[in-house]
Design a protein around this ligand. Structure first.
Ligand code: NTF
Length: 833
């Protein structure tokens, strides 16, 4: 407030306050101004990239003007805000989204055209902001879009990684990782060098008596690293609300620590310290559904939690309210357990800095936090070793022990003498070394815990968190089924379909109330409408075919059935099942007579996705897909009846081309393993059918669109345990169709069989944990049904249209409203002019 201009001078400010462009001419003026001044270019050296930068700068100005107004409004009304803490925000490109959300894409298209550019080419110049691994990070990005669109006063907090997820290159069929340095000339971030927080690590805890004679604690010595804020404006669709995503970057502290070294003449080592400090936010850990317990990762987590909490508390303290009002002003959502230390940090601030009593502080903490769990896979559940935490965060470990003690005492009181229960729910796992179970802190420190789809939330309650349901009762545990933002995943990715729907429904209201899509069902039997629908799918398939030609050199026929599986490569997601299915198809075609071949539905099997660099089995799967592609694509026996394509470096902007172009997509995880899945929703929303297991959100998609519009196969979650048990203790018998596939692989049909032996052995010899063999027959049979269904073009179209019409439930707008009502207790705030 000290920096605010006194009232008498504000008239001048108001008079000269920057206005935003509102039409094509004004946009052109801004564009040229930015190109000629900000970029120091001219019409004699303006390439597409400069046109992109100029356009981005013009739109960025608009966003920041609205961002300022939104923040002012939110500060004045002083109502409850929500803070979404996520280590990942997989944003993709920003320009196209900004143009569409502020409703100026047509003006930009025409303006760029006047100046010699095509908007589609300009948009393509942008580097994806890829600060995430997969579904978890993309969900956070969709949430930001919905929170802004629905006018919630909401902030995202994350890390400003210098390197996002690596770029994938395929070399001789193998995945290679290339660093993704994305920050040069990023117009979408605003450095806030004045907003910094000193973050402490290591050191020791000092106990002392405070004025009242009470024992108090202070955390002393150690290292200080500085967090610097970078703000990214998040425009809502069709609203002035522009929210903030604040990303923290690490820097050496400019405080006393360096100066001591500089003064001692130790220049080199002071500079080296700077380097060390900067490594904290240097790189996104490239693991999806896997935690590896690296110290630097824990440093990242604490650095980001402490900076964000400091910022949130600072904002709250400006209101001069009493501490017990904190939960009425602040809701913090933990995106998985990665930000769990925020719970401990808030308790520390309230106890050690603000002098509150334990119970009063803890009451505030639990009312403030909500925790979302995204996976039941054991290898993804975070545990940190006690010695590691003792060293890095000594005071936090003490607080964790205190939280645990009080919690276990309360459990003992309610369930006396149940030693087993105590050891099962203890935050500390009594292993060697001892481990801190982060999910347990998150449950104990939050007032609500949610899963991301019905089956997933049920599994949490009946398996992973069963004991906590017994302790806290079922009300602490809830479900909020995931969604996707229809702005990016329908309107932006599929402009033709969005326009057709708008034409039929009389406007674009469906983009902010997706349930309106149900009005499309009235047109299912309308011949012209169907033809247009079919035409749009063909256009989108052509767009993908062109992309495939340009990036892989392969020509694919858009009349073929496009069968897509794009997502992170993981054994539980079972790309191996898919590629074995492809091999099975290949062998069948090769065995056919010319007459039989005439009946085959031509197919293009499209794969895309990254493997974690250290995940050998996932890399082997990528290798096999590429080797199968090499053989199949040049086999004259097969010709156009089967093509196999691996799209390199799958990311958000590629997903925008791929999703609208699928006929069928694959969501085939072993039942009970996929939290939700969100690409399943994107594909169906774009008129693609899906083949899937009864897992994650597939189940609710089926409920919404109807069983006859989806191809389900495979064993159910409730049978998985028994099947795994039988693999080990009964006799394992490989599915006979799969055996033929393995025989081909072992006969070196796709190169040296030794390259793939780990993959086949994991099924034949090591218990087939993911039930590939158990589900193979059902998978193949169901693909046969897909072929048959595809032959009947009209029936297929009816399924496609009906499915889209029934997808209204899967908008993140519905999701965010559910969080707001049942977890955050926040209200929207509309920003007027
Ligand atoms: C992922 N979880 C799940 O694997 C997906 O099924 C789900 O759609 C997304 O979260 C979003 O909810 C993770 O990435 C993690 F980190 F939990 F393993």
């Amino acid at each position: 407030v000290e920096a605010s201009i006194p009232e008498p001078l504000r008239e001048a400010w108001r008079k000269y306050s920057v206005s935003e462009f509102g039409n094509k001419e004004e946009f052109e003026k801004e564009l040229v101004r930015h190109i000629e001044t900000t970029l120091a270019r001219s019409m004699y050296n303006c390439d597409e990239h400069a046109a992109y930068s100029g356009t981005a700068l013009a739109f960025r100005d608009r966003l920041i003007i609205e961002w300022n107004k939104t923040q002012q409004r939110q500060t004045f009304t002083d109502q409850k805000r929500v803070y979404y803490l996520s280590l990942e925000f997989l944003m993709g490109r920003a320009l196209d989204n900004a143009m569409l959300n502020v409703g100026m894409k047509d003006a930009a298209r025409d303006g760029l055209h006047d100046l010699g550019f095509r908007v589609e080419d300009v948009v393509e110049q942008e580097h994806d902001a890829a600060l995430g691994n997969g579904g978890l990070g993309r969900l956070a990005a969709c949430f930001l879009d919905s929170m802004a669109t629905l006018n919630y006063p909401a902030w995202g907090y994350g890390l400003r990684y210098r390197y996002g997820i690596f770029k994938q290159e395929i070399v001789n069929g193998y995945q290679m990782e290339v660093p993704d340095y994305w920050l040069d000339n990023n117009p979408w971030e605003f450095p806030r060098h004045e907003i910094t927080v000193d973050i402490q690590f290591y050191g020791r805890v000092k106990n002392y008596q405070d004025e009242t004679g009470k024992i108090a604690h202070s955390w002393e010595d150690g290292e200080i690293v500085q967090a610097v804020a970078y703000d990214v404006p998040i425009p809502g669709y069709g609203t002035k609300t522009t929210n903030n995503l604040r990303l923290w970057s690490s820097k050496a502290s400019s405080g006393e620590f360096d100066f001591q070294k500089f003064n001692a003449g130790d220049y080199e080592s002071a500079v080296a310290d700077q380097q060390t400090a900067e490594t904290i936010s240097a790189v996104l850990y490239p693991n999806d559904n896997l935690e590896r317990g690296k110290e630097l990762r824990l440093k990242q987590q604490y650095f980001w939690c402490a900076a964000s909490l400091f910022d949130i508390v600072r904002r709250f303290k400006k209101t001069r309210r009493a501490w017990n009002e904190f939960p009425d002003q602040v809701a913090i959502q933990l995106n998985d357990t990665h930000p769990t230390l925020a719970i401990v940090e808030l308790q520390r601030i309230l106890l050690d800095k603000e002098g509150l009593e334990w119970d009063e502080a803890w009451n505030i903490v639990t009312k403030t936090f909500g925790y979302t769990n995204h996976t039941v896979l054991p290898e993804a559940l975070e545990k940190w070793s006690v010695p590691l935490m003792q060293n890095l965060l000594p005071r936090h470990l003490q607080i964790i022990y205190d939280i645990n003690l009080l919690f276990l005492q309360s459990v003992e009181k309610r369930f006396p003498q149940d030693r087993e229960l105590l050891s099962r729910v203890s935050i500390i796992e009594e292993s060697h070394p001892k481990m801190v179970r982060m999910a347990y802190i998150a449950i104990i420190g939050s007032h609500k815990v949610n899963g991301v789809a019905e089956l997933h939330s049920d599994l949490l309650k009946t398996t992973l968190f069963k004991d906590f349901v017994k302790i806290y009762g079922p009300d602490r545990f809830t479900n909020v089924t995931n969604g996707v933002t229809p702005r990016r995943w329908l309107h932006q990715a599929n402009p033709l379909l969005s326009a057709l729907i708008a034409e039929k429904l009389g406007g674009h209201e469906f983009l902010t109330d997706l349930t309106l899509l149900d009005k499309l069902e009235a047109f299912v039997d309308d011949k012209d409408f169907r033809d247009e629908w079919a035409h749009i799918k063909t256009m989108n398939k052509l767009r993908l075919a062109k992309f495939i030609k340009r990036t892989t050199g392969h020509a694919v026929d858009p009349n073929s059935l496009f069968d897509v599986q794009v997502k992170r490569i993981h054994e539980y997601k079972r790309q191996q099942l898919n590629i074995f299915g492809v091999i099975h198809r290949y062998l069948s075609i090769k065995a056919m007579s010319a007459e039989e071949k005439k009946k085959v539905v031509p197919r293009v099997s499209i794969f895309g996705g990254k493997a974690a660099p250290g995940y050998w089995m996932a890399k082997t799967i990528i290798h096999l897909i590429n080797k199968v592609a090499d053989v199949v694509n040049k086999d004259p026996d097969v010709g156009n009846l089967l093509k196999v394509i691996f799209i390199e470096d799958y990311n958000v902007s590629k997903a925008e081309i791929i999703c609208p172009a699928s006929d069928i997509s694959e969501h085939i995880s072993t039942a009970g393993t996929e939290g939700s899945g969100t690409s399943n929703m994107k594909f169906v929303m774009n008129g693609g059918l899906i083949i899937g297991t009864c897992d994650g959100a597939n189940i609710e998609i089926t409920r919404e669109i109807g069983e006859s519009n989806i191809f389900l196969f495979g064993n159910l979650a409730e049978d998985v345990e028994e099947l795994r048990h039988r693999h080990f203790y009964g006799s394992f018998k490989l599915d006979p169709q799969l055996e033929k596939v393995f025989t081909a692989i072992k006969g070196n049909m796709f190169g040296d069989a030794a390259d793939f032996s780990a993959l086949t052995a994991s099924i034949e010899e090591h218990g087939d944990y993911y039930l590939v063999s158990d589900d193979f027959n059902s998978y193949i049979t169901t693909h046969g049904m897909v072929d048959e269904a595809f032959k009947n073009k009209e029936a297929w179209l009816a399924k496609s249209i009906t499915s889209v019409a029934r997808m209204g439930f899967f908008s993140t707008d519905r999701v965010i409203n559910e969080y707001a009502d049942s977890i955050w207790n926040v209200e929207p705030l509309v920003v007027k002019d």
